[in-house]
Design a protein around this ligand. Structure first.
Ligand code: NAP
Length: 257
């Protein structure tokens, strides 16, 4: 009887997760079934994610149950560095079920000599830091994080979102521009100039896909309030796709012996 195909769950929502899905198809072909899981934050997921499931699992226990029901053999947590809850849930669920888990993350950015960063620990500190640093601030942090800026007065926030908000944002003064990355440096430069931005708020997300705005801010000598990344979840971790492919390959080899 042919061996059962191994089942990989990729916790996604990032460009790195999407790229890994494509790469696993090229590298392992029919030896592997790949499911991508998304939280469902955007109306239209990016194309090419293979077999998709969308929406929360119901905490770590729900995820553990799902892994067992769907006979998942291995999990790659390729979620955004600031998506701490799902990463903690993945660790707990994999510990409970004994399923192997790898974290695919990104090295965070470092300030260069021409950067004007003010590094802060969290969103609350970022809101305090923005007062007095600029009058038109560009940010793209996701609607769920905007509550932290609800009391901010005297600052107009230019908020970039993937989908138009269904309800007014919880902000005193704001405008919305729509767009889905990655963005080029020239496009970001044009945006910052066009919108007369005098400061940028960013999370230190690392990676390449959102770095262009940081380069554009540097070129315009704008101050950047930079939120530090949370600690990476405990467990095996890689910062590149090849490392993730190697890990999957090793798991497949072990399963075949
Ligand atoms: P979070 O705070 O860590 O997760 C909140 C809840 O959303 C989780 O407890 C889980 O619900 C559900 N969830 C999150 N990611 C999921 C996934 N990939 N598949 C299924 N359910 C998921 O995460 P977040 O910051 O809201 O981010 C949500 C998603 O957007 C992540 O997949 C992340 O990769 C992506 N993303 C986030 C950011 C960011 O700035 N945080 C930026 C770009 C992309 P249950 O507990 O019910 O399972």
């Amino acid at each position: 009887m042919p061996a059962r195909k191994k089942h990989l769950l990729i916790l996604g929502g990032t460009a790195e997760a999407a790229a890994l899905v494509a790469a696993t198809g090229d590298r392992f072909g029919a030896r592997l079934t790949v499911t991508t899981s998304l939280a469902g934050r955007t109306l239209t997921p990016r194309a090419g994610l293979g077999q998709l499931r969308i929406g929360g699992f119901g905490g770590a226990a729900g995820l553990a149950g799902w892994l067992q029901t769907e006979k998942v053999d291995m999990v790659v947590d390729a979620t955004h560095p600031f998506a701490g809850t799902i990463s903690a849930n993945a660790r707990q669920a994999c510990d409970t079920t004994g399923i192997s888990r790898l974290i695919l993350t990104r090295p965070s950015w470092d300030a260069g000599p021409d950067d004007r960063w003010r590094e802060v620990a969290d969103f609350a500190a970022a809101a305090s830091a923005l007062s007095g640093i600029g009058s038109r601030v560009f940010l793209s942090v996701g609607s769920q994080k905007l509550q932290a800026f609800s009391q901010l007065r005297g600052v107009h926030l230019v908020v970039r979102m993937i989908d138009a908000p269904q309800e007014p944002l919880p902000l005193v003064s704001y405008s919305v521009i729509l767009g889905r990355g990655p963005f080029t440096e020239d496009a970001e430069l044009g945006l910052l100039r066009r919108e007369k931005i005098d400061a940028v708020l960013s999370r230190n997300s690392g990676g390449v896909s959102t770095y262009a705005k940081i380069v554009a801010a540097r070129r315009l000598a704008l101050p950047v309030v930079m939120i530090a990344p949370p600690p990476i979840e405990i467990g095996p971790c890689t910062i590149d796709q090849e490392g993730a492919l190697q890990w999957i390959s090793e798991k497949l080899a072990v399963a075949a012996t």
